[in-house]
Design a protein around this ligand. Structure first.
Ligand SMILES: CC(C)(COP(=O)(O)OP(=O)(O)OC[C@H]1O[C@@H](n2cnc3c(N)ncnc32)[C@H](O)[C@@H]1OP(=O)(O)O)[C@@H](O)C(=O)NCCC(=O)NCCS
Length: 150
């Protein structure tokens, strides 16, 4: 499935919050939280759209030669159409272009959909954080090696 990937500037915080609330209804982050995240050095956010309708988002941060996907989600109606994969790949490409050598993220151990998506992109488990999430679930730390831009 194709679709546009757009950069979200700081004014996009309310849209990011709305998409996050759809993707993570049990733990919505508000617009102020996204504005604060976007204000962090090295932070960037991308939005995937389908027929000009926002379908998903990723917010990532680059610090020196490492990058992190802070949050990524796709609204339920638009899932299984490749948006999550394209968002993660676009974040990896941006991090690589800005000189990051590795891209990290945390994923709940029981999140089979996300683990499969990231595994298919080449992410590998590099650590675990016991009881990392508010509900007590464990997180896996995944990393993707990024080759230097040519
Ligand atoms: C995880 C999530 C981002 C996937 O987004 P998506 O746009 O549906 O993902 P894609 O269409 O790119 O799927 C890529 C692959 O991931 C795997 N996958 C995705 N959803 C899956 C599911 N529900 N069950 C099993 N595998 C799944 C499949 O291998 C899929 O490829 P396929 O459709 O060819 O089988 C989405 O389900 C979501 O937003 N979930 C809630 C928030 C979340 O968990 N975010 C990630 C936190 S780290």
């Amino acid at each position: 499935m194709s679709g546009a990937i757009m950069r979200a500037e700081r004014a996009g915080a309310p849209l990011l919050a709305a998409l996050h609330a759809c993707a993570f209804p049990a733990d919505p982050w508000d617009a102020d939280a996204f504005a604060a995240l976007l204000a962090m050095p090295g932070a960037f956010a991308l939005i995937a759209a389908e027929d000009a309708i926002p379908a998903g988002f990723v917010l990532a941060r680059i610090a020196a030669d490492e990058a992190e996907i802070v949050t990524l989600g796709v609204v339920p109606r638009a899932r299984r159409r490749g948006h999550g994969t394209r968002l993660a790949a676009a974040a990896a490409a941006e991090a690589q272009a800005r000189g990051a050598g590795r891209l990290f993220l945390e994923v709940a151990a029981g999140n089979a959909a996300a683990r499969r998506l990231y595994g298919r992109l080449g992410f590998r488990e590099v650590g675990q954080r016991r009881g990392y999430y508010p509900d007590g679930a464990d997180a896996l730390v995944l990393a993707l090696a990024l080759s230097p831009p040519s």
